[in-house]
Ligand binder design. Structure first.
Ligand code: PGA
Length: 248
């Protein structure tokens, strides 16, 4: 069964040379990447165009699909510093991460903005990779997830929700946070069981400290359609091991 392995490069790497070397490495090792791995690479905006060119011109064409990490909340030109859905779509971007916790919590992006971005992404034919997850895993976490799903998808039709890849990504599990540790597969199953009935036709993924040691556990869960990988996605040797874990 095909599973998504989505690389969220975040604000890495620092130079184009390093970014190019990740793609060169994947291209050189293409024969080792199982067909079951459906790869999406989401580089920072500044590299999108070059990554797009490389994907078209290299052996990665048809194996890696281009994603973005965010999009502007509207299509109008008066949005200094933003990148619109139309611009992304015209560049060949097919997926877009929306509602990542680093935007929700560090930048203060509210649920209604996440919701507007979702609508815009769908209008432009981009597949949203929507991040959902509690900040603190306490006795309120179940209610938190339900509320976040409700506000994130408010007003969207069932058909539109079904087009989204919904990633359960508990904030405390993201590797850049202090004391981060991956969720346990059992706890992930419980969280997915809370989310699933609210979005019954959407693909569900897991994200949060996915690495070469735990990737297989998350990828082999019948409840998941893939993983969202942050830090480990720019460590090229480790990312290759994660890709291979789809069939381990
Ligand atoms: P991580 O990040 O794999 O480094 O924990 C995941 C993410 O933030 O999407």
């Amino acid at each position: 069964m095909k599973k998504y392995i989505i690389a969220n490069w975040k604000a890495l790497p620092e130079s184009w040379a390093e970014a190019e070397s990740i793609l060169d490495f994947l291209s050189e090792h293409l024969a080792e990447i199982p067909d079951e791995a459906s790869m999406v690479v989401c580089p920072p905006f500044v590299y999108l165009e070059e990554v797009s060119k490389i994907l078209q011109a290299s052996g990665l064409a048809g194996r890696v699909v281009l994603g973005a990490q965010d999009l502007a909340v509207g299509d109008e030109p008066g949005q200094t510093g933003e990148v619109t859905g139309a611009q992304l779509a015209n560049l060949g971007v097919r997926y877009v991460i929306i509602g990542h916790s680093e935007r929700r919590w560090k930048i203060g992006e509210p649920d209604h903005v996440v919701n507007q971005k979702l609508e815009l992404a769908l209008e432009h034919g981009l597949t949203p990779i929507v991040c959902i997850g509690e900040k603190v895993h306490d006795e309120h976490f179940e209610q938190f997830l339900k509320d976040q799903v409700a506000t994130t998808f408010a007003g969207l039709s069932a058909d539109d929700i079904a087009k989204c890849l919904i990633t359960y990504e508990p904030v405390w599990a993201i590797s850049t946070n202090p004391d981060a540790k991956p969720d346990s597969p059992d706890e992930t199953r419980k969280a997915l069981a809370i989310i699933q009935p609210l979005v019954p036709n959407s693909a569900l993924l897991y994200g949060g400290s996915v690495n070469k040691s735990n990737a297989h556990e998350f990828l082999s869960m019948p409840e998941t359609t893939g993983v969202l990988v942050g830090g480990a996605s720019v460590r090229k040797e480790e990312f290759l091991e994660i890709l291979k874990a789809v069939v381990q």
